[in-house]
Design a protein around this ligand. Structure first.
Ligand SMILES: Cc1cc2nc3c(=O)[nH]c(=O)nc-3n(C[C@H](O)[C@H](O)[C@H](O)COP(=O)(O)OP(=O)(O)OC[C@H]3O[C@@H](n4cnc5c(N)ncnc54)[C@H](O)[C@@H]3O)c2cc1C
Length: 546
């Protein structure tokens, strides 16, 4: 048996595992990623939306530019169009700037967002290999393909995992301090830590076809779009442009009475959705029948083993936030693990991961399910005369269009999920009694209430605050006359890496001091240092506080 040793073993090199590897490695931690698939495996054609918050994380990891440069052609529309067939005219449209104009075009519902990194539209078939390649290229990451985790044992000193070398057939033993299962919806790590998935097992059925249709672009009557929402009395669907030229992902939503995937004529449905005749050339590259669910693991951890991403939660992809929530899990866990492994955080800090992430993922899953159900209701009530020609039909389409804009804009421009979520029951956040502002899927109020995302502002020298934050804790000081030596010394005494950053006063910062965590969430704020600075440092590093 081959034996390997590392600090953190990550099982699964999907988008969550790769991001976790990059985050840990960037913090100086050695990592092995065990991925069962070969490196050239084509990922599932699933996720199409990288959230602004995820792009902020990628910016911190130094890969936002390369992610932004991949996917659809630079000038391909990122808009969401509403049509009765894919080739028909628009009856409504949400404008989202193409990636060439993403940093400059402020029009559209998300143009005002307070972020240096707006969202990015890219399919997972481009994103996953890019993230895996970035992780594999990092000198602290050993990205081992064709290695399938089979089991592990753990005690108070570490974890020993057993994996199968799928090419050579032998066993590989991997000793590590911590193991993180980023091994997707059928997670073996989840099974082994005894976590159970609970929630709503059935929200709706969808038949997804990844198609190549070289003649389709020439048939479009309206300007291209990234997402085309089709509604007609025969079918309802959502169609994503994948390469911006000839490939699309078509989600054909089955009706409530269509309980058997096999009984649905997928090819006929495609033609009803596209609005093309039977002889029109469509190649189905792959097809997947899937059931929308809302399921959360009842625990994200057993001692030294954790689960992140789809291993911990799955929900219907409305609001496009499954992968993005998984990446948020990874970045939440990375700094805590790094702190423990470097010795400045108490191992008890690791309890904060589940305490912080579980309530957020539950909240997001409910937003996603609520959207899925209300869209299903809208699909069930498509007006019979939606395709009528002339004024009567126009009036029906205008009315439906404004209703659909109201329903869809929050999910396609989900600012609340990006910037509104907060950690309100964390053992390592120093709360001060003010509740965090409530948020919805799309609405939010930037806030420095401890637990919230550290609000982004542009600095006087034009830099993004996020580019100026240290890798670890940063004390933002809005009044240079305040002596912060007490906190700096307390941090040094415990070995907690802390930088001080002086900034000009500006909203939404009201307090003169704000302590930002390594994951850009507020740990503490005040106008003066607390009388017992050491207790604050102990709280944020997970140590017992007197
Ligand atoms: C139709 C659809 C559309 C979606 N759209 C969006 C969207 O727009 N935005 C969004 O945020 N999310 C979206 N999602 C969700 C998104 O695809 C997932 O949340 C995301 O892929 C989860 O990433 P992950 O890394 O956790 O898991 P996965 O992508 O499943 O990766 C897990 C990896 O672990 C490996 N693995 C599994 N078991 C083992 C083992 N025992 N040993 C070694 N390796 C193992 C697998 O080979 C795989 O590479 C969508 C999902 C669907 C179905």
């Amino acid at each position: 048996m081959t034996s390997l040793r590392t600090s953190v073993l990550i099982v699964g090199g999907g988008p969550v595992g790769s991001t976790l590897a990059l985050d840990l490695a960037g913090r100086g931690i050695d990592v092995i990623v065990a991925e069962q698939n070969p490196p050239d495996t084509q990922p599932g054609v699933k996720c199409n939306h990288v959230a602004a918050r995820t792009m902020e994380i990628f910016r911190r990891l130094g890969i936002a530019g390369r992610v932004r440069d991949a996917g659809l052609p630079p000038d391909h529309a990122n808009d969401v169009a509403f049509r009765t067939t894919a080739v028909g005219p628009d009856f409504a449209r949400i404008h989202i700037p193409c990636r060439r104009d993403r940093y400059s075009d402020r029009s559209g519902p998300d143009g005002w967002w307070p972020t240096p990194e707006p969202p990015h539209r890219i399919n997972q078939i481009y994103l996953d290999p890019l993230l895996a390649a970035e992780a594999a290229a990092h000198p602290r990451v050993r990205f081992l393909n064709r290695l399938r985790l089979q089991g592990f044992t753990q005690d108070e000193t570490g974890v020993t995992a057993e994996a199968l070398d799928l090419d050579r057939g032998g066993k590989v033993a991997i000793s590590c301090a911590y193991l993180v299962g980023c091994d997707g919806p059928a997670s073996e790590v989840r099974r082994q830590i005894g976590a159970r998935m609970t929630g709503d097992a059935m929200i709706g059925r969808t038949q997804s076809s990844y198609i190549r249709a070289p003649g389709l672009a020439a048939r479009l009557q309206a300007a291209p779009a990234w997402s085309t929402q089709v509604m007609n009395p025969r079918r309802s669907a959502n169609m994503f442009a994948v390469d911006g030229r000839e490939t699309w992902l078509v989600h054909n939503y089955l009706r409530a009475d269509e309980e058997d995937f096999e009984a649905v004529d997928g090819d006929a449905c495609l033609r009803h959705i596209l609005g093309v005749e039977p002889s029109f050339g469509i190649e189905v590259i792959s097809r997947e029948n899937w059931i929308g669910r809302r399921l959360l693991a009842d625990r994200f951890r057993d001692r030294r083993a954790f689960i992140c991403g789809d291993a911990a939660h799955i929900w219907a992809p409305f609001a496009g936030y499954g992968m993005n929530a998984g990446i948020a899990d990874a970045t939440n866990l990375a700094w805590m693990l790094a702190g423990v492994l470097k010795g400045w955080a108490d191992p008890a800090v690791l309890a904060a991961h589940e305490a912080e992430r579980w309530p957020i993922t539950e909240q997001v899953s409910k937003y996603a399910m609520g959207t899925a159900l209300s869209l299903a209701r809208a699909r069930a009530g498509v007006p019979a005369d939606i395709e009528a020609v002339g004024e009567r039909g126009d009036a029906v389409r205008v009315a439906l269009g404004s209703r659909l804009l109201e329903m869809h804009t929050p999910q396609f421009c989900c600012g609340g999920l990006n910037f509104g979520s907060f950690y309100d029951r964390s053992p390592i956040v120093a709360y001060d009694g003010e509740p965090a502002p409530t948020y919805t899927m799309d609405t939010f109020t930037p806030s420095t209430v401890p637990g919230c995302r550290t609000p982004h502002v542009w600095m006087e020298d034009g830099r993004s605050l996020y580019d100026a934050l240290g890798l670890d804790f940063t004390l933002l000081r809005f009044d240079r006359s305040i002596d912060v030596a007490g906190l700096v010394e307390a941090a040094a005494l415990r070995g907690v890496p802390l930088a001080v950053l002086d900034l000009a006063a500006q909203a939404p910062y009201r307090q003169k001091l704000v302590l930002s965590r390594p994951d850009q969430h507020v740990a503490w704020r005040g106008d003066l240092l607390p009388s017992d600075a050491l207790s604050l440092i102990d709280r944020i590093r997970g140590a017992p506080v007197a």
